[in-house]
Design a binder for this molecule. Structure first.
Ligand code: ADP
Length: 306
């Protein structure tokens, strides 16, 4: 049995629901998306847990209910009296989506003000999964605490998987972001960056440059996603590329990277075959971008090819 703990922030999402000033409430967040897809794709005997903090109000109850109903373990989600969950609203102007956030005071931002809850959640786990957004929402001392816990987790045999998911808007400046990301890389076993972001904020000229930077920081396996272009895998023993099947009718790229990560990991944990894992990641992401919304039905075998 494999036990995975995804660490991050789930938020309330208010999405346009047809009429003027009509919105539908849902729940989303990059690490939650990946955990949600992992639960769909991994054998039922494996356990996928979500680690975050929520409040004690009705919306926090609803969020916990949603995470539970998705089949994710919620036993280590901290419930706090002092804050609630974050919220974002999607606005549509001439078909273009823009986002407004209310997350500055969210409970998740305080989930590492002590290391005990995360240490308890990682007890007996095989894999910890986090993203650059997990890092971004934490105050600096708590971010350092998180990395200390992950360092200890690795010393005890656990593996850390990290998607840098660079979001400069969440950071005071880009130097703070790139520094924190490379610090996290130093406690990471598998990193899953997206080339467009890495090129933009680290100035990488090619996916190979991205791979080298993370390999030099000590990451064992680097998988560089690149939209419709080839995925690059670099390890100490191998460097290869895998081409995703081109999707002509892309309708919504939300959660492409998050779902790729889940498909990749679910296949990787079967037998460690990296090429097959990239193909599985691309297959899942390919299905996601042909549907509207972050969380949609997917299958490990491409439904169009069955
Ligand atoms: P992110 O959503 O994190 O920016 P990418 O845009 O790199 O990530 O996309 C993640 C994965 O989604 C890619 O590696 C690829 O497998 C798949 N993907 C994205 N766009 C396309 C596309 N137009 N055609 C086929 N696959 C795509």
């Amino acid at each position: 049995m494999t036990r995975i703990v995804a660490i991050g922030e789930a938020m309330v999402e208010l999405a346009p629901a047809g009429g003027p000033d009509m919105y539908r409430a849902g729940f989303a967040g990059d690490t939650l998306n990946t955990a949600w897809y992992l639960r769909k794709l991994m054998p039922a005997s494996d356990q996928i847990a979500y680690f975050t903090a929520v409040g004690r109000d009705a919306m926090s109850d609803k969020m916990l209910g949603f995470i539970n109903a998705a089949g994710l373990a919620t036993d280590h989600i901290d419930r706090r009296d002092d804050s609630s969950v974050g919220l974002y609203m999607i606005s549509l102007t001439d078909g273009e989506r823009s986002f407004t956030y209310w997350r500055g005071q969210s409970a998740a931002r305080r989930m590492l003000d002590s290391d005990a809850p995360l240490r308890a959640a990682l007890q007996g786990a095989d894999v910890a999964y986090l993203s650059g957004i997990t890092l971004a929402i934490l105050p600096e001392p708590d971010r350092a605490r998180l990395l200390d816990v992950l360092r200890d987790f690795r010393s005890a045999g656990g593996k850390v998987v990290f998607d840098p998911n660079l979001r400069p808007r969440l950071w005071p400046d880009t130097t703070a972001m790139t520094r924190a990301v490379m610090r996290a890389a130093s406690v990471t076993d598998i990193v899953l960056p997206s080339f467009e972001d890495e090129a933009g904020w680290f100035g990488d000229l090619t996916p190979y440059a991205t791979a080298s930077r993370y390999r030099d920081a000590g990451v064992d396996i680097v998988v560089v996603k690149n939209g419709p272009d080839q995925i690059l895998v670099a390890t100490p023993d191998l460097s290869c590329t895998v081409a995703p099947t081109l999707i002509a009718d892309v309708v919504d790229t939300t959660a492409a990277g998050d779902s790729f990560n889940a498909g990749f990991l679910a296949r990787y944990f079967q037998d460690g075959n990296l090429e097959q894992a990239c193909m599985a990641g691309a297959r899942i992401a390919g299905q996601v971008i042909q549907q509207i919304g972050a969380l949609v039905e997917v299958s490990m075998t491409d439904p169009k090819r069955r």
